[in-house]
Write a protein that binds this ligand. Structure first.
Ligand code: FEO
Length: 175
């Protein structure tokens, strides 16, 4: 039986991953209705990834004789000021998730649950990649500046390409 404190912390992480999925869906939807189809495709794919993260935790907890719970979630913000605003919030959110995974790792160690600590290694590496991808997009947006300039058009096209590449490697659809 998994340690109760670890179980509660994993359930909290399940909630956070599901919230991440819904947050990126809300952002994708805003991008889709705001003339950024590439960013929308990228964020729809990202929402699928977050759902996959949530499911990994669900199966892990149930496999360890715990019980994965589906907590109530708050509605994510529906409106954004700009594409830059969207990705600034994505970046902040990924940093929050990294801190949350690290906290969970710390709890596993405190409770001497090294199986969970070992399981979390995949997420620790995933967060390095996710933060680096989002930072790269934000850097490009910072260079392009605000407003619907030609720079933003090219970034949106790049994001469409990234979403298509991700769909071929993961088998998920971008839209
Ligand atoms: Fe599941 Fe983007 O962290």
């Amino acid at each position: 039986m998994i340690n109760k404190r670890v179980e509660a912390a994993v359930n909290e992480q399940i909630k956070r991953e599901e919230h991440s999925s819904r947050l990126y869906l809300a952002m994708a939807s805003w991008c889709e209705v705001s003339g950024f189809p590439g960013a929308a495709a990228f964020l729809y794919a990202q929402a699928d990834e977050e759902r996959m993260h949530m499911l990994k935790f669900v199966h892990y907890l149930n496999d360890r004789n715990g019980h994965a719970l589906m907590a109530a979630l708050d509605m994510p913000a529906p409106e954004y000021k700009s594409l830059h605003d969207v990705f600034e919030q994505v970046m902040k959110h990924e940093e929050y998730i990294t801190a949350s995974i690290n906290e969970l790792y710390g709890i596993s160690f405190e409770e001497k649950d090294f199986t969970t600590a070992n399981f979390l290694q995949w997420f620790i590496n995933e967060q390095i990649e996710e933060e680096s991808t989002m930072r790269g997009i934000l850097d490009k947006l910072n260079l392009a500046g605000e407003g619907k300039s030609g720079g933003l058009f090219h970034i949106d096209k790049d994001l469409a390409g990234m979403a298509a590449a991700r769909a071929t490697t993961t088998g998920t659809t971008a839209e």
